[in-house]
Design a protein around this ligand. Structure first.
Ligand SMILES: Nc1ncnc2c1ncn2[C@@H]1O[C@H](COP(=O)(O)OP(=O)(O)OP(=O)(O)O)[C@@H](O)[C@H]1O
Length: 248
């Protein structure tokens, strides 16, 4: 059984069929990239998966559980983590406090049985672990809003990982980044491989081809094809409708 299943998702905006019976799976530990030209329906699909938009038809399953009727925060609790194109950090708070808050929010009742000091120590340890994982240890005391854009995106990913998601939705993690920050983010995502399954939307094709175990190509709201990088690169329609224009 696949970790994640999108099954026949449909979304209409008036007369426009933005998501046209999209089905895809993400396996445990897999990085599955979603690519497609502007307006193909990538953001709409991610919004249907995370529950920000109601689907007109279709289902979303995680570990066999149907999440389709759940609100976004309930889906997050069930294991769907999400990073946004616009960073969701608290700008005036330090990186440490941002991480602590996210870890605390996630921990909820699970620490209730511990003594207060023990639970605080546990939460801090988890926050520091996330900081190390995402390369943020050196900037722990900095107010998040003063960090360069690329580092804020790293923090954004760390905040999404605080809930230990089963599937992480990464919506253009490299958007607006220069080559150096992109490379850094690429390395960070590479290091998450295996720990967390990832559904990655990204325009940077080099990054996609390097990171993705599997790639699905969306065109006019439909999955044109799905496969590994070699399969997608060799697909004549992909070359015509997407890579040809994107690479130009
Ligand atoms: N709220 C909305 N109301 C009406 N039409 C919408 C809405 N959101 C998206 N659309 C339309 O649905 C189609 C898919 O848009 P979407 O943003 O999902 O594409 P995308 O692949 O994410 O594009 P991009 O790469 O430019 O972000 C587009 O034609 C878009 O204009």
């Amino acid at each position: 059984m696949s970790l994640f299943v999108a099954d026949g998702l449909v979304k209409r905006f008036g007369g426009l069929l933005a998501t046209d019976h999209v089905s895809l799976t993400v396996e445990a530990g897999e990085i599955h990239a979603l690519i497609g030209p502007n307006g193909a329906g990538k953001s709409t699909l991610v919004n249907l998966i995370s529950g920000l938009l109601p689907a007109d038809a279709g289902r979303v399953l995680l570990d066999g559980t149907d999440l389709s009727t759940l609100a976004p925060h309930q889906r997050a609790r069930a294991g769907l983590g999400r990073c946004f194109q616009i960073t969701s950090v608290f700008r005036n708070d330090s990186v440490r406090d941002n991480l602590l808050l996210a870890v605390q929010a996630q921990a909820g009742s699970s620490f209730r049985c511990l003594r207060r000091r023990d639970s605080e120590r546990e939460l801090m340890a988890r926050a520091l672990e996330l900081a190390a994982q995402l390369g943020l240890t050196a900037v722990l005391e900095r107010p998040a809003g003063t960090l360069p854009h690329g580092v804020q995106k790293q923090l954004d990913v760390a905040l999404a990982l605080a809930s230990r998601p089963r599937l992480l939705l990464l919506d253009e993690p490299m958007a607006g980044m220069g080559p150096e920050d992109s490379l850094q983010m690429l390395g960070l995502i590479e290091r998450l491989r295996g720990d967390t399954a990832i559904l990655l939307i990204e325009h940077d094709m080099d990054a996609v081809f390097q990171l993705a175990d599997r790639i699905s190509v969306l065109v006019y709201g439909r999955v044109l094809t799905s496969g590994d990088a070699a399969h997608v690169k060799a697909h004549p329609e992909v070359q015509a409708v997407y890579l040809g224009t994107e690479a130009a």
